[in-house]
Ligand binder design. Structure first.
Ligand code: URA
Length: 440
């Protein structure tokens, strides 16, 4: 079989056969197909799409391109369930949700990705915890999940290696925003992780890969039906990503905000609602709770009781990190040498944010990748980010930039000012949970 023939067929809008997809996925995993041809196929699929049959086959082949985990013999006393987000700016939900869900009786083997395009990646963020082993071998990963109830790690060499390579190439070829490619990428990892149930956080808005509700519904529908065909029960929440989630964006800064949340010091309302709703949906999807209100009460109690914070500490210890991370995170996280508050040109209400540009400001600061293999500055980013609807003036900045130099601040300032719209009147309130979708 010739790769060129597969590329031509997809370029001309044809449907790839099962054998052609398997041939491509094998070549992705064993690197016998070079990056140029992988990029060409990604672009052809981006432009011409895939049928649900093609997307299902791509998903299963990528899932089976490496190890597939099996938790049945692990002696777990609850369901194996996870959440996955399609990616956004300031999205630190995983660090909160994993220990909260574990405190409620779920087992959460969370295998996360690196930053993609303008969005941050859970794996990059977790690496700002000193000595934290984000790529443990499977026996350690399994042990931490068994003992603690959750473990957040990065995608390893062994798990869905075909997606790992495809993801990295899509990241730098503007081919991320494709329903079949996102479906196959996400589900291949989740199927390989051996889950009983999955909750998807489909982000919609200026900082998301899906900018309209129609696109978000299409992606949610594609993921739910492809997962169902593979025997994985999946619920999806469509959540707002028209502004940074929470008050920080940037790797270590988001970890710090997450620790303040778990410690009960700061629960930014939009972030809180997204975390609680997704956690409650995990309890419902995995049949631990029938009633969403009761599930919400359980997830809230997991935070206020301090149980989730204690589990986060135990997870960090289990993976080699410091013993007192939640309480003492300030002493462990990297700090940027320059911090500057950025004020709007005129006082007024923040009425809109182009979250895509805010994400690009993080890349400009060195907190996200421009190209494959870039090393990140984990300390940089934004804190004290103003929420849409807040009044900004000489005292209340749009955000505080954390940077490695004054020059880097200048570049980020330009992007941030461009991203923010300030007006005399406050905007209408916008819901953060837009829709919940489940299989019929
Ligand atoms: N998250 C993933 O894991 N893959 C994508 O393609 C997009 C978001």
């Amino acid at each position: 079989m010739l790769v060129n023939d597969i590329l031509r067929k997809k370029r001309d809008g044809g449907e790839l056969s099962a054998d052609e997809i398997s041939f491509f996925v094998d070549g992705l995993a064993d690197v016998s197909i070079p990056a140029e041809q992988v990029s060409a196929l990604a672009m052809a699929v981006f432009l011409n799409g895939m049928t649900s049959k093609e997307a299902g086959k791509l998903t299963m082949d990528m899932a089976n391109s490496g190890v597939v985990l099996n938790w049945r013999d692990a002696g777990l006393e609850g369901p194996v369930v996870d959440k996955h987000s399609t990616g956004g700016v300031g999205d630190k939900v995983s660090f909160l949700l994993a220990p909260i869900a574990a405190a409620c009786g779920c087992y959460v083997p969370m295998i996360s990705g690196r930053g993609l395009g303008h969005t941050g990646g859970t794996m990059d963020k977790v690496e700002s915890i000193p000595d934290y082993n984000a790529t443990p071998d499977f026996s350690l990963f399994r042990k931490v999940v068994q003992d603690v109830g959750c473990a957040i790690i990065g995608q390893t060499e062994e798990l869905a290696p075909a997606d790992r390579r495809f993801y990295a190439i899509r990241d730098i070829t503007s081919t991320v925003e494709s329903v079949p490619l996102i479906t196959a990428s996400i589900l291949s990892k989740k199927i390989a992780a051996g889950l009983d149930a999955l909750v998807m956080d489909i982000k919609v808005g200026s900082g998301a890969f899906m900018s309209s509700m129609d696109e978000a519904r299409e992606l949610a529908g594609s993921i739910i039906s492809t997962a169902a065909a593979a025997g994985l029960k999946t619920h999806a929440l469509i959540t707002d990503m028209n502004e940074c989630l929470g008050t920080t964006a940037g790797n270590a800064l988001e970890i710090a905000e997450s620790m303040r949340f778990l410690a009960g010091d700061e629960r930014e309302p939009r972030l809180n609602e997204v975390v609680m709703s997704l956690c409650a949906e995990m309890l419902v999807a995995s049949s631990l709770e029938k009633d969403r209100d009761k599930a919400l009460a359980r997830t809230d109690a997991a935070v206020t009781s301090g149980k989730a914070a204690a589990l986060f500490d135990r997870m960090v210890i289990g993976l080699g990190g410091p013993p007192d991370f939640v309480a003492s995170h300030r002493q462990y996280l990297p700090v940027a040498p320059v911090t500057v508050a950025i004020h709007a040109a005129e006082s007024g209400y923040l009425t809109a944010v182009d979250a895509f540009q805010a994400g690009n400001a993080i890349i400009e600061l060195g907190g996200g990748r421009r190209q494959l293999g870039d090393t990140l500055d984990l300390a940089v980013g934004l804190s004290d980010v103003a929420a849409v609807g807040e009044r900004v003036d000489d005292e209340r900045p749009l955000a505080v930039v954390h940077a490695s130099s004054e020059d880097a601040v200048a570049a980020a300032r330009g992007l941030l000012l461009e991203a923010c719209t300030v007006a005399a009147e406050p905007p209408a309130a916008r819901p953060v949970i837009c829709e919940t979708m489940t299989a019929n």
